[in-house]
Design a protein around this ligand. Structure first.
Ligand code: PLP
Length: 284
């Protein structure tokens, strides 16, 4: 079965899913995106993802359609691709215009692309049962990474470094030695006192939707959360480490730069949070 994408008003087979060469997303990375988990064929946390999308559009890119209409497109792409478990991706760019750095005048119609893909549930569960390795790389991104921009070159290079070193994710290290987040995930540790720590939601990280939902999960378990930066050194000596993202939910981290975290196995806190996460996430 050929995969189907939504491109600017049409549902098309992937091989015909093309954008204009002067789309500003292609030329400048002038666009934003969202990724939602799909589980049991249903969107997870759509409302929160669309709220963040709107926030990212503070770049003065117009929403191409109403939120309700976008919800319909998302569900249609999920259905047409028969996604039971996977992700749906949406991208909005400033649109097509003759190449010039400044915004087009008059304003042009924003471009919208939606794609979806299946993920292998058992593969993800096996990964979570083993835990993953991360490596540290300098965080050299721009100053507004709270905007989910499609300009991801530093993230791409960080992930490639991780893969080449036999790890699955890169943790990005600010100039002061603190861990901001992962290349495509938020970073967490559990201290020896049992406190769960993650970077505050300022302009240095993306406000992960999974991160937000996990706060509720933690609260329900009576676990204390500290929203503060932590150093790489602190992470290396932590009892547990894990990361969060829509596609991986809660993923235990068992080594950092080749050194085991705790006993080198997924910790009980991360494992419990992964198990309970979907009780707190919204469906549909
Ligand atoms: N941080 C970055 C840089 C990301 O790209 C992502 C997800 O893609 C996240 C954090 C996690 O965000 P969410 O939980 O909304 O997927």
């Amino acid at each position: 079965m050929s995969r189907i994408a939504y491109v600017n008003g049409r549902y098309v087979p992937m091989r015909n899913a093309v954008v204009h060469v002067e789309d500003r997303g292609y030329q400048f990375g002038d666009g934003v995106y969202e990724v939602c988990e799909v589980r049991g064929g249903e969107l997870i946390d759509r409302r929160r993802h669309l709220a963040r999308l709107k926030r990212s559009l503070e770049l003065r890119i117009r929403m191409p359609m109403t939120e309700a209409a976008l919800g319909v497109v998302l569900r249609e792409v999920i259905a047409r691709n028969r996604i039971g478990y996977g992700t749906v991706y949406m991208q909005i760019t400033r649109g097509v215009a003759r190449r010039d750095h400044a915004f087009p005048t008059p304003e042009v119609r924003p471009s919208l692309v939606v794609t979806a893909r299946s993920l292998q549930r058992t593969r993800n569960e096996t990964l979570a049962a083993r835990g993953i390795a991360v490596v540290s790389v300098p965080d050299n991104r721009w100053g507004r990474v709270d905007i989910k921009s499609i300009g991801l070159l530093p993230n791409v290079l960080a992930r490639q470094t991780a893969i080449e070193k036999g790890a699955r994710e890169a943790w990005l290290i600010a100039k002061d030695g603190t861990v901001t987040e992962g290349a495509s995930s938020n970073a967490w540790i559990v201290t020896s006192a049992g406190n769960v720590v993650t970077h505050p939601a300022d302009r240095a990280i993306l406000r992960g939707i999974t991160r937000m939902v996990l706060f509720e999960t933690l609260k329900a378990r009576g676990l204390a959360v500290e929203e503060r930066p932590f150093t790489l050194e602190e992470a290396r000596n932590a009892r547990e480490a894990f990361l969060t993202s829509a596609s991986q939910t809660v993923m235990p981290v068992v080594s950092i730069d080749g050194r085991p975290v705790g006993d080198g196995k997924p910790g009980p806190v991360a494992t419990a949070l992964r198990r309970e996460f979907h009780r707190f996430a919204e469906r549909g």
